[in-house]
Design a protein. Structure first.
Lengths: 498, 100
């Protein structure tokens, strides 16, 4: 390590690739009309098709295919004009047919990219290649309760047959932080386009990560540590933590064994979140052991360029364009635009409505970040259900701009609007805040000046900061005064005396 | 076409079939015959034949994303060797699902 560099240098490069599964936002499963709604009682959303009963036949859900196509186009993939499905054969109790309908050699899309730029600038822009995006069905859910002392595993097949989009990246990510940033952008993209709700708690988005280290050798050769696939990460934070752990672990193993890729088989490790470690899992079957063959029950699908264009036309704006749009239209910083966009499309709509009403993006952004988002974080809930709508907030901001009250007073009024659902004007009335007319305020200021000749003399003598003392006196006379306004009026009056 | 006993043992393991050694021997010769029969197709010249993805001359068969009734839980579970009225029950499976 070079002591003269301030950054932490590590003697290797971390190579990360991701495999992401997202549940497509459909009402029904991929090959049957069973509902995909989350949280139903076990085995209530199943039928002969998704149970794999003899004689049943799958029929492709058109919406699922369109959503997958939308995702692939948004990820800049090449769309195959001809695509088919294959059977991936393996035995597991949550897979009733004994095979998963997936795509093997003719996926419907390949060779895409998704670039992400860190608004804070701490991580360089990362451009990640997409190997393929394909459409497949999910398996069911198996639950084993070891503490119950029962030897049984319980199977719920509600999820079996749910449409999934599998997105496989090139090993283009170079740090756990990059991986997290990129995943966040991918999620945002898919949510903005209405492809998936990407809810990790409900299993709508799952991530596996492949990681190894490239270690330059004294002879110029690059040694590569065996690739490890990490599973069971249930949040983007876990992904980052698991990758940090795994990087360190592989470096430790390398120093001890100098084991290189190819000499030991690819390993699967599970992330144990509470313990903060990855643990070796049973051997993964080789890909050829899945004995893929074409699914005879489904006919192929063709996609014309006209169909691609149709899907593109209904695509909606990806987050990267929304950010740029906010920056240019409303003159807000890239950082602020990123904060707003990360909160989702609905918050962006709220922002734009507010900014339009008050004619100022910067002020709208400040109110959203400081007051609206803070409140949402504290109380939970979504911006759609937020009690203070843009029109009401705009009214309040307009009155702050008019000098009716200062920001701290406005915050109190905002709280009252939140609690009562009242308009700004009604909240002001109900709080007994009498807005003081300009004439009244000038009269009040004259009284204070008359009563405080010492301060007046100080201000006259050039100590403008002495005017602060006048504000306290004004507040005693009338708690509703706007301190900023009082200060300005007083200084103007004093100047006029000279 | 001759398969090795090792190949047949591997396929049997993947199919979750437990074979005795004498069964493995029989199976190896019988499977070799079947594969040998099918491999007659290799004699055909397919240089100018496009790969066939599906024997039916049909494409783009879709259904609309409209829910239809599912089975009741009782109906869904009725053929299961074991269930608890809510879930299918199977002997304890540990380790990862192969799904993905
Ligand atoms: Zn079904």
């Amino acid at each position: 390590m070079n002591a003269s560099t301030s950054e932490t240098q590590v003697p290797f490069t971390t190579i990360i690739g991701l495999e992401v599964h997202v549940q497509l936002q459909t009402l029904t499963k991929l090959f049957c009309g069973c509902s995909t709604a989350f949280g139903a009682p076990p085995n209530t959303q199943v039928c002969p098709v998704c149970l794999g009963l003899p004689g049943s036949l799958p029929v492709m859900n058109q919406r699922a295919f369109r959503l997958a196509l939308k995702a692939a186009l948004a990820l800049d993939c090449n769309i195959a004009s001809f695509t088919k499905w294959d059977r991936k054969n393996y035995f597991y109790p949550d897979l009733p047919k004994g095979y998963q309908i997936s795509q093997f050699d003719l996926p419907f899309s390949t060779d895409g990219t998704l670039e992400v730029i860190d608004p804070k600038g701490t991580i360089g822009p990362c451009r990640v290649g997409i190997v393929r995006v394909h459409l497949e069905e999910d398996a069911g859910k198996s639950m084993h309760d070891e503490t119950a002392g029962s030897g049984d595993t319980r199977i719920d097949l509600n999820r079996a047959g749910t449409p999934l989009c599998e997105i496989v990246t090139q090993p283009d990510l170079r740090s756990p932080q990059e991986a997290r940033l990129w995943l966040n952008e991918l999620k945002l993209l898919l949510v903005y386009l209405g492809v998936s709700d990407c809810n990790m708690q409900e299993g709508s988005l799952r991530v596996d990560a492949n990681v190894n280290l490239h270690i330059p050798q004294p002879d110029g050769r690059i040694a590569k540590t065996p690739i490890v696939e990490i599973k069971n990460m249930n949040s983007f934070r876990s992904v980052e933590r698991a990758l940090v752990y795994e990087t360190t672990r592989q470096w430790g193993v390398w120093q001890e064994t100098h084991a290189e890729m190819g000499k030991t088989p690819k390993q699967t490790r599970g992330w144990d979140d509470p313990a903060g470690v990855t643990r070796a899992q049973r051997h993964k079957e080789e890909s050829s052991d899945y004995r893929y063959f074409p699914e005879p029950d489904l006919v192929p699908v063709t996609v014309s360029s006209a169909q691609q264009a149709a899907v593109r036309s209904e695509m909606g704006e990806p987050p990267v364009r929304v950010r740029k749009g906010l920056e240019t239209r409303w003159k807000i910083s890239a950082y602020d635009a990123d904060v707003l966009v990360n909160q989702g499309r609905q918050l962006v709509d709220y922002f734009e409505e507010l900014a339009t009403l008050i004619g100022d993006g910067k002020i709208a952004s400040n109110w959203l970040q400081q007051d609206v988002l803070r409140t949402l974080n504290e109380r939970g809930g979504t911006i759609e259900d937020f009690p203070v709508r843009p029109a009401a907030l705009a009214e309040l901001i307009a009155r702050v701009n008019a000098g009716d009250f200062d920001t701290s007073r406005a915050r109190e009024i905002f709280s009252e609007m939140l609690a009562s659902g009242r308009s700004a004007a009604d909240a002001v009335l109900s709080m007994g805040i009498a807005v003081i007319g300009d004439d009244e305020l000038v009269a009040l200021c004259r009284d204070i000046l008359a009563a405080n000749p010492k301060i007046v003399a100080d201000v006259k003598g050039g100590k403008e900061q002495a005017a602060a003392g006048l504000i306290g006196h004004a507040k005693k006379k009338n708690p509703n005064i706007n301190p900023g306004k009082v200060r300005t009026i007083c200084i103007d009056l004093i100047r006029a005396m000279q | 076409m001759t398969l090795s006993q090792q190949e047949v043992a591997k396929v049997a393991a993947l199919a979750r079939l437990a074979l005795f050694d004498h069964e493995l021997a029989t199976m190896t010769s019988e499977l070799s015959n079947i594969v040998g029969f099918v491999s007659l197709l290799e004699e055909l010249d397919t240089t100018n034949v496009d790969p066939l993805a599906h024997p039916l001359d049909a494409e783009n068969v879709f259904r609309d994303d409209v829910p239809s009734p599912s089975l009741s839980t009782a109906e869904a579970l009725q053929s299961a060797p074991r269930h608890d009225g809510q879930y299918f029950l199977v002997p304890a499976v540990l380790g990862e699902s192969g799904a993905a």
